[in-house]
Design a protein around this ligand. Structure first.
Ligand code: SF4
Length: 226
């Protein structure tokens, strides 16, 4: 097996075929959350004019085209920094983690320490659901708990939604099992198994950047038995 990134698991949960095309073409296209990440990191670093600094960082990575300027400005308008997050001490942001035995790696948004001095992972999300967290965020957090559990027992963490909501999450054994199953599945996709097109995902497919190539490719015969 080869290393799987936490971001591959997130794209697998979005759509297995999307994950397959992403592994194949590996396009990095910024979205609102990419901007919000920069705003959050700059704010947490205590930079005075944090939005300006986030802008500089973002446009070092991406060209300052009309499309990306619009994206930045929209995300900046929507970004909400809640003082609630201040109760968590930041121990570092954008931390690279890797675990050889389970072939998993990823960049953790933030490692924090709570009021009881417990270290926990924190991941960033875009818009919060009414209650709790989206399933994909729960599994993303579970992936980082798997990555951290050899360093310290890790069964809980936070999702900070950039709409201004901090949510605490307990991670179960089942969540961690789902992460390891996803590592297996991504490895199969890397070997060239093209998954079947899922039914009833028209809304998701409409906005998908792989829509054209997806319509042209049928699933591989072997993928029916996975
Ligand atoms: S077009 Fe739909 S089925 Fe195809 S990769 Fe995108 S989301 Fe998945």
């Amino acid at each position: 097996m080869t290393f799987v990134r936490v971001s591959d698991i997130s794209s697998l949960l979005f759509c297995q075929r999307y994950c397959y095309f992403n592994l194949l073409y590996g396009e990095v296209v910024p979205a609102e959350i990419s901007v919000m990440r920069e705003l959050y990191f700059s704010r947490r670093a205590g930079i005075e004019n944090y939005a300006e600094w986030a802008r500089k960082k973002f446009f070092t990575l991406y060209d300052e085209s009309e499309e990306f300027v619009e994206l930045f400005e929209k995300a900046e308008r929507e970004f909400v920094y809640s003082e609630e997050v201040e109760r968590l001490e930041s121990l570092g942001t954008e931390i690279d983690l890797k675990r050889e035995d389970v072939k998993l790696k990823g960049k953790l948004d933030e490692l924090v320490r709570d009021s009881e001095k417990k270290k926990k992972p924190l991941v960033l999300g875009y818009k919060a659901p009414e209650e709790g967290v989206w399933y994909r965020d729960r599994i993303k957090l579970a992936s980082f708990c798997v990555l951290l559990e050899k360093t310290f027992g890790c069964n809980e963490g936070y999702v900070y939604y950039c709409s201004g909501k901090l949510r605490e999450v307990k991670i179960s054994r089942k969540d961690k099992y789902t992460v390891l199953k996803a590592v297996e599945r991504v490895n199969k996709l890397k070997k060239g198994f093209i998954p079947e097109k899922p039914e009833g995902r028209e809304n998701r497919c409409k906005k998908c950047r792989y829509r054209n190539v997806c319509e042209e490719k049928s699933e591989t015969f072997a993928s029916k038995f996975l």
